[in-house]
Design a binder for this molecule. Sequence first.
Ligand SMILES: *[C@@H]1O[C@H](CO)[C@@H](O)[C@H](O)[C@H]1NC(C)=O
Ligand SMILES: *[C@@H]1O[C@H](CO)[C@@H](O)[C@H](O)[C@H]1NC(C)=O
Ligand SMILES: CC(=O)N[C@H]1CO[C@H](CO)[C@@H](O)[C@@H]1O
Length: 476
Amino acid sequence: MDFLASVLLSLALSAALALLFVRFTRRGGLQRLLPPGSLGLPLIGETLQLIAAYKTENPEPFIDERVRRHGPVFTTHVFGEPTVFSADPETNRFILQNEGKLFEVSYPGSISNLLGRHSLLLMKGGLHKRMHSLTMSFNSTTIIRDHLLVDIDRLIRLNLRSWSGRVLLMEAAKKITFELTMKQLMSFDPGEWTESLRKEYLLVIEGFFTVPLPLFSATYRRAIRARTKVAEALGKMVRRRRREQEEGTVMNDMLGALLAGDDRFMDEEIVDFLVALLVAGYETTSTIMTLAVKFLTETPLALAQLKEEHETIGARKGPSEGLEWTDYKSMPFTQCVVNETLRIANIISGVFRRAMTDIPIKGYVIPKGWKVFASFRAVHLDPDHFKDARTFNPWRWQNNSGSTTSGNVYTPFGGGPRLCPGYELGRVILSVFLHRLVTRFSWVPAEEDKLVFFPTTRTQKRYPIILKQREDSAWQ
Ligand SMILES: *[C@@H]1O[C@H](CO)[C@@H](O)[C@H](O)[C@H]1NC(C)=O
Ligand SMILES: *[C@@H]1O[C@H](CO)[C@@H](O)[C@H](O)[C@H]1NC(C)=O
Ligand SMILES: CC(=O)N[C@H]1CO[C@H](CO)[C@@H](O)[C@@H]1O
């Protein structure tokens, strides 16, 4: 078995070597203009260095080392393809702004299979534009203010009421964000149906963490099966709602908006879209909630200031009164905490694109067809842009842009035509959550838990904490 494997491997390697040789001699002149860097070994390139690097606590070891050696735009070879990395804010902005003109989205096949062909992350051209403008209009501040905020506050309170003793914060936060997303997308209140869907969903999410060798991974196969089940359940729901809508019952939620309108999205498109939004809302928001609490716990001065802000708001409200928009708008320090958490822990550390043509950039050329990775987090963690960049310091945001350089170097939600549609919503959820948490509980970490950055940003033990209800807690 081992012997067979090594024969196959060496065959594959020599084939790849031959291929690379042909390709690079043909490219000839162009290669001289590539950004500096190394393509590493044939076939696997620098993938192993990438994975090994991210086992450490340093958030950007792989990028740091190469930026030091080659500058902020460099060439490498990861996950089966030569890739140009950018840790340069100007280049990142150029990539985002030229979406669909010079660059197109491009994710590994293993990820697109999980998300579905029609998901927002992978869509291109006209369909993407229509779906994106629909989600953006849905996210608008008025809708959050007039409709969503009440549900957000209610569901968060409902969840926190059942918290006591030892809580795995990451798991508990995931439950909240899943329920919230289901409510916003299709008006579902938490119940058996949502809970069984959530179980399948967890399996789908695990599949995302198995790259780069999905074909050999049982986790990945299980994820694909779970995705089929999720899609079936959602498909049934979409068909039912379409029937109801034709009969005149229009619900005021995301699914209602997708079914109405002149866009005539197909059922399959809608399902893929819902799956993708569930991933986006669920995984990222719950991680940010967890990490904000972790950073605050480790920065007692910030936690004290945050508490004070929320106690002031709590003091002027009745015990079971909901939060209103004006309350949300009077949390200036909380907004600093939100920005700072997003800066350090950018869950989506960057985006993959593909060059649609040879693209000159900073005196180099990115060859047509090459992958490009624009790293937002590398910019956020660059001491040239943020003083003591690796320290959690919410006060830096009291000076407006937070950064020491002028210009727009802070892009936690991407930008350009693919600006994350949920960005305002995520901020509101985190703010309301922090309000309810600090006014009801005090807590200590149950054990030491480390932040890791690969394959995604999270803590190793899902951040267990021990909660104590505050005696002066006003709300029930
Ligand atoms: C904010 O800016 C002022 C002057 O521009 C400076 O004195 C102060 O130290 C800054 N505060 C922080 C937290 O960076
Ligand atoms: C937080 O970041 C956003 C940009 O995403 C910025 O518009 C806002 O002013 C920042 N908030 C604070 C309190 O600095
Ligand atoms: C189209 C639209 O209204 N989009 C909004 C989404 O939410 C942000 C945050 O408040 C607004 O600035 C956008 O205008």
